[in-house]
Write a protein of this length. Structure first.
Length: 407
């Protein structure tokens, strides 16, 4: 029996192949196909009138992003709501996806389900792509017989979270890109432009103004140690983000810090509350118990301060406290959120109230990002103007001085 199962598994295992061949007119064509072996590809293409000249197996390249998982969830939800059986839906999504890595992942999950595993357990084998929240919701959907509805909720949830992340990235990308460009322009001026002025001024034989001497000294440092400046700067940035991503104490410090930065704190805070509310609403609506939902919600806000607050809320709720009073004790949620949660608890509609809170704060994030962009533009112009203009004035001061002497 075990031998038969192994043979069946081996037979059903498929790989990605790149092939080249000629059609009936002798025209060279090529493509890619997923199959159990080269013989199947050759016979399949022969039936299509294609003579195969070359077949090469290749690894499933590409990277699976959160956006890919979101799209996969939406596709599965749509097909299941349309009445497509689960295994057939996996087959359609897996073989029709443009990302080979995701295609392999989906077909591997399908194989697990075919061998008797339930869907939630199949997802749990890939924690890098399907977190505890995702698996818990799928498990609740399977148990209640509403998997299509749960997948639809999950897809909507992930789309909303993706939108929030995109807005935060767009808010941070503009100033960071301007800073990088400003540094590169400054480095180019210091390394190539200022030395030309320096050689010109050496022939004047006159004492140079203090701003000019300062700029020339900085330029000499750039010319002599440009390799060290770029190396130290690059390695420092890489080390900083590497430690931030992997060190809990560093995450705690940085998450507290970003909530205190005057310009960005409102965007980060509103985004964290929106994600927290959206996650809890989705879990609660799926029938997951509140204490268990809070366990998954803890890491969903994307900020360690809200993670610690959620763990505290979970502990208090498990001892009999209401969600509203537990949230108030953390001092990280606005009064409006706490009052709306209290109304939702009293009316027995906590999931819909949390959804409304998430909608409100997602709209607030939109407005905050727009306001931040409008605020950053003049600030960046002032900084760039001061930086570049200061260097230009410093280098032209000796020329103005000489012009005044000649006149």
């Amino acid at each position: 029996m075990a031998t038969v199962a192994a043979q069946t598994d081996k037979k059903s295992k498929e790989f990605n192949y790149a092939w080249e061949g000629m059609d009936k007119t002798g025209k060279k064509i090529k493509g890619e196909m997923r199959a159990a072996g080269p013989v199947i590809i050759t016979s399949t293409l022969r039936r299509q009138g294609i003579k195969v000249t070359k077949i090469k197996k290749f690894q499933s390249g590409g990277k699976i992003t959160d956006k890919d998982i979101t799209l996969f969830t939406r596709q599965m939800a749509t097909m299941m709501k349309s009445g497509v059986p689960l295994l057939q839906a996996f087959d359609i999504v897996g073989k029709g996806h443009s990302n080979p890595a995701l295609s392999k992942l989906v077909l591997d999950i399908k194989s697990d389900v075919e061998t008797g595993s339930n869907l939630a357990d199949a997802f749990r084998k890939y924690p890098l792509y399907f977190n505890a929240l995702y698996c818990n919701l799928v498990s609740a959907g399977e148990a209640a017989g509403i998997l299509d509805g749960i997948l639809d909720r999950l897809a909507t949830y992930k789309e909303k979270i993706q939108a929030i992340k995109g807005k935060i990235k767009s808010a941070l990308f503009y100033p960071i890109s301007i800073i990088v460009v400003a540094f590169i322009i400054t480095a180019v001026i210091m390394i190539f432009v200022i030395p030309a002025f320096k050689s010109l001024f050496e022939g004047f034989g006159a004492e140079l103004p203090a701003p000019t001497l300062i700029v020339m000294t900085i330029s000499d440092f750039f010319v002599d140690y440009w390799w060290a400046i770029f190396s130290i700067l690059g390695s420092s940035i890489y080390t900083f983000f590497y430690v931030w991503k992997r060190s809990i104490p560093m995450q705690r410090v940085m998450d507290r810090l970003v909530l205190k930065v005057p310009i960005f704190r409102e965007v980060i805070r509103k985004a964290a509350i929106a994600r927290w509310s959206r996650t809890l609403s989705t879990m609660f609506a799926a029938g997951v118990p509140l204490v268990e939902s809070l366990d998954s919600v803890a890491g969903a806000a994307g900020n360690y301060i809200y993670y610690e607050a959620t763990k505290k809320i979970q502990l208090e709720v498990s001892t009999g406290n209401s969600l509203m009073s537990s949230m108030a004790n953390t001092a990280v949620f606005p009064n409006m959120v706490i009052q709306m949660v209290a109304i939702g608890e009293e009316a027995g509609s906590l999931d819909s109230m949390l959804s409304k809170i998430a909608d409100f704060y997602e709209a607030e994030v939109d407005d905050a990002v727009a306001a931040l962009s409008s605020l950053m533009e003049p600030m960046i112009m002032v900084v760039l103007g001061t930086l570049i203009g200061g260097m230009v004035i410093a280098m032209y001061l000796p020329i103005f001085k000489m012009g005044m002497v000649v006149s």
